[in-house]
Design a binder for this molecule. Sequence first.
Ligand SMILES: *Cc1c(COP(=O)(O)O)cnc(C)c1O
Length: 406
Amino acid sequence: MKLPIYMDNHATTPVDPRVVEAMLPFFTEHFGNAASRQHRFGWIAEEAVENARKLIAGHINADAKEIVFTSGATESNNLALKGIAEAYSTKGRHLITAKTEHRSVLDVCSALELVGFRVTYLDVDECGTVSPEALRDALSGETILVSVMMANNEIGTIAPLMEIGKICLERGVLLHTDATQCFGNIPLDVKALNVHSMSISAHKIYGPKGIGALYVRGKNPRVRLVQQMDGGGHEHGMRSGTLNVPSIVGFGKAAQLAGQGHDADSVRIAGLRDLLEKRLLAAGDSHRNGHPTERLPNNLNITFPYVHADDLIVALKNDVAISSGSACSSADHEKARVSHVLSAIGLTDEAAQCTVRIGLGRFNTEEEVDYAGGKIIEALHRLRETSPQYQMIKHTKGAAVSASVH
Ligand SMILES: *Cc1c(COP(=O)(O)O)cnc(C)c1O
């Protein structure tokens, strides 16, 4: 067993060696520009790109033509929201999203508000679920786009997207979803879900960083979108720039591997997660956040009252890598002392600061989960010993118990 054990797979995943192997020839041997139409170097690169496009499209029941390659889900969310808002602004200037979305959706919404769009931010319940009824009530004749993430990257809650899709279809409103955390973990079908655009990213599915895609519905209806990157007109004019061929090949391979193994592996990973969860909850005075059943198979988000998450994470640094929330917001220390997701599900700032996120993945073993569980509990006990608040609460509770006994 190699230490520290990586258990932060919501932030990123290691690249699968089979993905690396597929990518390698495209750096030095097949280095052509996929847009070069006049020679074999270009043809080989183009063929590889189109093959990857098919594999990715197949994974979400889309057509290869509906896949636009981007630099990742952040760019995909930007392209979808800004591109659709711009294209449909004559129809209306209202968007609806949820308070628990990823920053790459929320910050785009703020940017759109600055240029005259109105955005409704839906509340979620204590499990992190958006209410389809609340969405229905928020829709108006001005609404052009709804953006609801398929699964949350902190607490793992899976949205009732099927119902949301039906409402949007009824009302003739476009639906975008950020499915970055779902791709490879749970089956995805853009047609069944009735989504018009969907963001995905390779580095969350054991592919390379810096490559992602946006699914853009091509018919019934054909979604219009204003490009946010002007240039050579690549990707049907929706995203200019020379294609990152090696990464696209890697993304395709990662999607293929996810497609082959995702049922059995998701069950295995959920089993490991459940083991860990049971053990950590048994440590007492802790609670799990998110939805009891509608949740990602690899997610565990847990609050240990009176033990600051930063202290726990530091105490574990040589044994297991976990996090206190989204890596994307922790990149910006000023803005995010407390997770907006945990606030939205009703946690106090104090509880939110005592919350950790554990993200299991393809390469975690039962031995690792066992070891990590032991180390987390050990660290927890040590930190509780030195936490004046915890000791005080324990004593009050103890007093209350003995008072009721006598
Ligand atoms: C990781 C993540 C993103 C950002 O993806 P990048 O490819 O790193 O830009 C967006 N949304 C969700 C839900 C994520 O988990």
